[in-house]
Design a protein around this ligand. Structure first.
Ligand code: SF4
Length: 432
């Protein structure tokens, strides 16, 4: 099997080309890397990117393993193909990979029939439900930069999960900014004016109600309904939203309580109201660890989003039944294939089921155990080329390897498994 096809010299850093960071769905492409064996970020102190890069220090020469015993790649692939071939209903989870990885996993899932769900499937569902039930009014980073004069972050500080978000929203230096940023029900420790120097004002509002009631009240006020006991700050914010030229609502489904889809639907109604007289859009913070990419690839390949079962019988989508946690708890599947190519933080869930892990090399030790096959894989943007979809879903960005650790990509591993389960299996039957 070929390893990475990036052309970077083993162990050495390529001269930093335009580096695209794969460690969250903003896919920042304006920073540089230094170093070789130890990669260092230049131009940003993003803690998420730094932690992601540090996970590649001292990875050594990661080995595949079967049931805890180290082996070569071919032996691990043979064992993985045997277990996949014997599975009645496997679950492909994690799915932290790039476009090509997801495309090939989709082919593999179709060979015998598998359910696909992303590690962040639960967090993705409110936005997906909103899209399925009522539609979507989204905006992009470029539109925020060029048009927004009011950004309202609802229930999120934005930077905990996407540290460079406000830098990515900053208008061009030549452009005067009159953009106000308001954090609504975002908890303690939200960014201040010092953290968003380009904003004309930065405020944090903490209404006494929970996020459901707060958003419902705000939507009613934007709608112009008279509410006698309305919170004064909320009423003023509703008025500001109605008079803004371009209002952006930022929300983060992963931070919402259960039934967060209701908040998404209220936000959409609110946006539709605003768009009758002015312009407004939503920016959904999510899609980390390749979630945006996995769902996008799944949708264009099958016509349905993740949490679907694919195979010879067709495609079946069930956002509640096909949730990873539920499937594992109820033992509704009989094998877990887990994909985590970006960070070791995305460890496979503990389960008594057999597991096949295509993982970050730093997961090797944790995955060397009975019942688990571990295959270390390359990471797009570090030791493999690839493509990922950005959080706003409108841009697919190329990622380039900066070094070669001799690891196969997820797509190469999935392709080798497809070959073993189809071509090789057919040849064996022909011989018999
Ligand atoms: S914000 Fe996200 S994409 Fe940007 S540098 Fe940090 S981790 Fe990377």
């Amino acid at each position: 099997m070929n390893t990475t096809s990036n052309g970077a010299a083993a162990g050495a850093a390529a001269q930093p080309r335009t580096w695209t960071c794969p460690f969250c769905s903003l896919l920042c492409d304006g920073f540089a890397l230094e170093g070789g064996a130890s990669l260092r970020l230049r131009g940003s102190d993003c803690p998420r990117a730094r932690a992601g890069l540090a996970a590649f220090d001292d990875i050594g020469a990661p080995r595949a393993s079967v049931d805890g015993a180290a082996c070569d790649l071919d032996a691990a692939l043979d064992a993985a193909a045997d277990r996949l071939g014997a599975a009645r209903l496997p679950l492909f989870g994690g799915l932290a990979t790039d476009v090509q990885g997801m495309r090939t996993l989709y082919r593999l899932a179709n060979v015998g029939g598998a359910i696909l769900d992303h590690a962040h499937g639960e967090a993705m569902m409110p936005a997906l439900r909103m899209l399925q039930d009522r539609g979507q009014m989204f905006t992009t980073l470029a539109e925020i930069r060029n048009r927004a004069d009011l950004i309202v972050c609802i229930g999120t500080d934005a930077v905990s999960s996407h540290p460079e978000f406000f830098r990515r929203c900053a208008p061009a230096a030549s452009q005067a900014s009159a953009c106000r940023v308001v954090f609504l029900a975002a908890g303690e420790g939200t960014p201040t004016a010092a953290d968003i120097p380009w904003a004309s004002a930065v405020e944090a509002l903490r209404p006494p109600a929970d996020v459901f009631d707060t958003v419902a009240m705000l939507a009613a006020l934007v709608d112009g309904r008279r509410i006698d006991d309305a919170d004064g700050e909320l009423a003023a914010l509703a008025e500001a939203m109605r008079s803004a030229r371009y209002c952006v609502l930022v929300w983060e489904p992963a931070r919402l309580p259960p039934q967060g889809a209701l908040v998404g639907e209220s936000l959409l109604r609110l946006l539709m109201n605003l768009n009758r007289k002015t312009r407004a859009g939503a920016f959904t913070l999510g899609g980390n660890d390749g979630a945006q990419t996995a769902n996008g690839a799944m949708s264009w390949l099958s016509g349905l989003p993740l949490r679907s079962r694919v195979g010879p019988q067709g495609v079946d989508h069930d956002p509640l039944q096909y949730a990873t946690g539920r499937l594992l708890d109820e033992r509704a599947v009989d094998l877990l294939l887990w994909v985590a190519s970006f960070t070791p933080e995305l460890a496979p869930p503990a389960t008594a089921l057999p597991r096949i892990v295509l993982g970050h090399p730093a997961l090797a030790a944790a995955c060397a155990q009975p019942g688990t096959i571990f295959i270390p894989v390359a990471t797009p943007g570090i030791n493999a080329d690839g493509h990922l979809l950005r959080a706003d879903s409108v841009v697919s960005l190329p990622l380039h390897a900066v070094r070669d650790d001799g690891l196969p990509t997820v797509a190469e591993v999935a392709h080798a498994l497809v070959t073993r389960l189809t071509v090789d299996a057919a040849a064996k039957e022909g011989v018999q």
